[in-house]
Write a protein that binds this ligand. Structure first.
Ligand code: MEV
Length: 305
């Protein structure tokens, strides 16, 4: 039996903008998907037991993408034989937390382990990227990079990621709207609007680029108040390109009212998760409870782990 893991992630700055080559900052979180893989002798491509916890409806909605994704990973790894796959771990399958990328990295690692292939992390990342194409169309690669390598990363499409480090991991809360979102659709929507309104979008994209360099300095200085303010600004830019939603904005406001340093949507948007920066256990608990009181799931985790 082969075994593998992939980390969940949170994008702190510039999801969507990253698709167009603008730098982004993301962090792996301390929640993982675990895959186990065993060779089997059926004529099927694979037999899947998806035992991950989920936001209701997520697995059903993603079933077709998941099927294509597993076949893509198998092809990329040169595997023809049927495999039996078990998916588990403590990362809840939901939109916005890198669930698809975490499962792709975990499956690629578990296949490599089962078939005795000694793959580097860079190779696993390539296979996970192939799998991600089924969910995203033309992914920037940020999600599979976090899922494979972990840590806090500065990411530019087509370049090697750069590691960023902080002395102490910082608490965040991720609030789930409970809406299963379609990342492919969100990314296509941005492309269409960008083509229709090139001047407006150029200005917004320029602002996103300036902001992420400021954010990098603020994170390096561990100036969390400034990081929070920049997250709020990033959320405004994401609202302008129409990838936020009423439910995301609502949870962002709840988190800010409860004292978060900053809050924004995270990932593909149109549903899925938001993230609030909440340094210290006490503030984290306060913000998480405020989100839970609205009936939404709150994930307590850290960045820079
Ligand atoms: C999705 O987690 C992040 C997006 O920027 C898409 C991508 O980078 O491929 C929306």
């Amino acid at each position: 039996m082969g075994k593998g893991h992939g980390y969940g992630k949170v994008i702190l700055f510039n999801e969507h903008f990253v698709v167009y080559g603008i730098p982004a900052i993301a962090s792996a979180i301390d929640k993982k998907t675990i895959a186990e893989v065993k060779k089997c002798s059926s004529n099927e491509e694979f037999i899947l037991h998806d035992e991950r916890e989920e936001t209701p409806g997520y697995k059903k909605e993603k079933m077709e993408h998941q099927r294509e994704s597993i076949i893509r990973i198998k092809r990329a790894m040169g595997i023809d034989q049927c495999i039996e796959i078990w998916l588990g771990g403590d990362l809840r399958a939901a939109s916005g937390v890198g669930a698809s990328a975490a499962s792709c990295a975990a499956i690629a690692r578990a296949i490599a382990d089962e078939f005795g292939m000694s793959c580097s992390d860079a190779e696993i990342n390539e296979f996970a990227y192939e799998g991600e194409k089924a969910y995203h169309g033309n992914p920037s690669g940020i999600d599979n990079t976090c899922a494979t390598f972990g840590g806090l990363v500065w990411y530019e499409k087509g370049k090697d990621m750069e590691r960023m480090s902080v002395k102490h991991p910082v608490e965040i809360v991720m609030g789930d709207t409970g809406i299963v979102a379609n990342t492919k659709k969100a990314v296509e929507g941005v492309r269409e609007r960008k083509e229709k309104m090139p001047e407006l979008y150029e200005k917004i994209f320029d602002d996103a680029k300036k902001l992420v360099y400021e954010a990098r300095d603020a994170i390096m200085d561990e100036d969390w108040e400034l990081v929070g303010k920049l997250m709020n600004k990033n959320h405004e830019l994401l609202q302008k390109i129409e990838v936020s939603s009423d439910e995301l904005d609502y949870l962002v406001n709840i988190a800010m009212k409860a004292g978060a340093y900053g809050a924004k949507m995270t990932g593909g948007g149109l549903g899925g998760y938001m993230v609030a920066l909440t340094p210290g256990k006490e503030l984290q608990e306060k913000v998480a409870r405020a989100i839970e009181e609205t009936g939404h799931y709150a994930l307590r985790t850290k960045i820079g782990i």
